[in-house]
Design a protein around this ligand. Structure first.
Ligand code: NAI
Ligand code: 15L
Length: 264
């Protein structure tokens, strides 16, 4: 591909993926409202607030693919969530509609389904059960992706990311962890397959204690290689396990289920 846009490039995932995905396009266009540092050899930097419609049109123009990491990534006030995750995602899909429908990876979240219990194994056909305003905003993003696919043929991989960090940080993440390597492999598949459509994919490694069944998207040919189980002994040694009634042991979304509404 000629040009791949990565939004949220100053964030945790964006700053890792700007180098891990560098091989995927002649030019990697990076965007964020935060500091992205200096551009690397095949990078171009275009700062933007996702809430600014015109600015979003400018960053999308000329791109053949988009990895959309930008946005509020945890609970926050509605003003902030709405600007980044509601208006921002609408602006992104409108820009994509006007600029040739570049294929999109949409970073959704397990918090779109966070109120399912950990003793339930769910696939991508279950109704959403968001665990807060952040989760609600991700359900909105999934809905925009679906509508723009059905109306305009816009292709999106809706990835309900579990917990993508170098290692699981707690016992819940033994189920939700997505290794960075597996995520890179997933993004490569998304841009490789001839027809993508608009599938919902659980972004998790091949964890023995996973809550999620990706059987509906086997056709994608993504086979995660890592398993959080290899971190269990170390977590058992260094952290107390959450009690039976602790939200981190009850709900798939863990502690997000008990976050308050953050008033402005
Ligand atoms: P992060 O918070 O580290 O990065 C998000 C980036 O988006 C930040 O650099 C921030 O400046 C930027 N941003 C926020 N509002 C913006 C706006 N209005 N305009 C322009 N840029 C804006 O989050 P992280 O961990 O890198 O996650 C990336 C994406 O993946 C997020 O959308 C998050 O919701 C999603 N996700 C991440 C998970 C993880 O385990 N890291 C799990 C589930 C979903
Ligand atoms: C998310 O959606 C967040 O962006 C990330 O920071 C983690 O908290 C992750 O979910 C998780 O559930 O572990």
């Amino acid at each position: 591909m000629k040009r791949l846009l990565i939004t949220g490039a100053a964030g945790g995932l964006g700053s890792v993926m700007r180098t891990r995905l560098a091989h995927m396009a002649d030019t990697i266009r990076l965007s964020d409202q935060g500091d992205m540092g200096a551009p690397g050899p095949n990078e171009e930097i275009m700062p933007c607030d996702l809430g600014d419609k015109e600015a979003v049109e400018n960053i999308v123009a000329g791109c053949d693919g988009i990895v959309h990491f930008g946005g509020k990534s945890v609970e926050g006030t509605w003003d902030v969530i709405r600007n980044a995750n509601i208006d921002g995602v609408f602006n992104l899909y409108e820009a994509a509609r006007k600029h040739g429908h570049p294929r999109i990876v949409f970073a959704s979240s397990n918090h779109a389904i966070g109120f399912y219990r950990q003793d339930q194994r769910i696939d991508n056909t279950v109704p959403p059960r968001p665990d807060g305003l952040y989760g609600v905003s991700k359900v909105f993003g999934e809905a925009i992706a679906s509508a723009y696919h059905d109306k305009f043929g816009q292709e999106t991989a809706i990835v309900r990311i579990g917990s993508c960090f170098p290692a699981p940080k707690n016992h819940r993440m033994l189920s939700t962890w997505l290794s960075q390597d597996d995520f890179v492999r997933l993004i490569e598949r998304v841009f490789d397959v001839p027809r993508l459509g608009c599938p919902v994919i659980y972004g998790a490694s091949a964890n023995s204690s996973s809550f999620w069944d990706n059987g509906q998207v086997d056709w994608l040919g993504w086979q995660p290689q890592d398993n959080a189980e290899s971190f269990r002994a170390e977590l058992d040694r260094t952290q107390e396990k959450p009690g039976r009634d602790d939200p981190n042991a009850v709900y798939q979304g863990g502690g997000f289920t008990v976050e308050p509404i953050h008033e402005s």
